[in-house]
Design a protein around this ligand. Sequence first.
Ligand SMILES: [Zn+2]
Length: 79
Amino acid sequence: MKFVLLALLIAAVIWWLRGARRVGKPPAGSPPPAPSATEPSVMVACAHCGVHLPRAEALPGPDGVFCSEAHRTAGRMPR
Ligand SMILES: [Zn+2]
């Protein structure tokens, strides 16, 4: 009985180590999150279509921020 408990304990430790390693090291191929010094989590809405995107990726325009160059151009034109 003691041997079974010891085997279970070893299996649990191995499972825990594999899980911890998976969390600590992302799989190859996925780029690491880009370090952004200024407000990485602030979300803004596109003034044309209303989609939310990080402020760092938003394009500033005359009437607010836009999600893409096309929407910034469209926002400038009269609808
Ligand atoms: Zn948009």
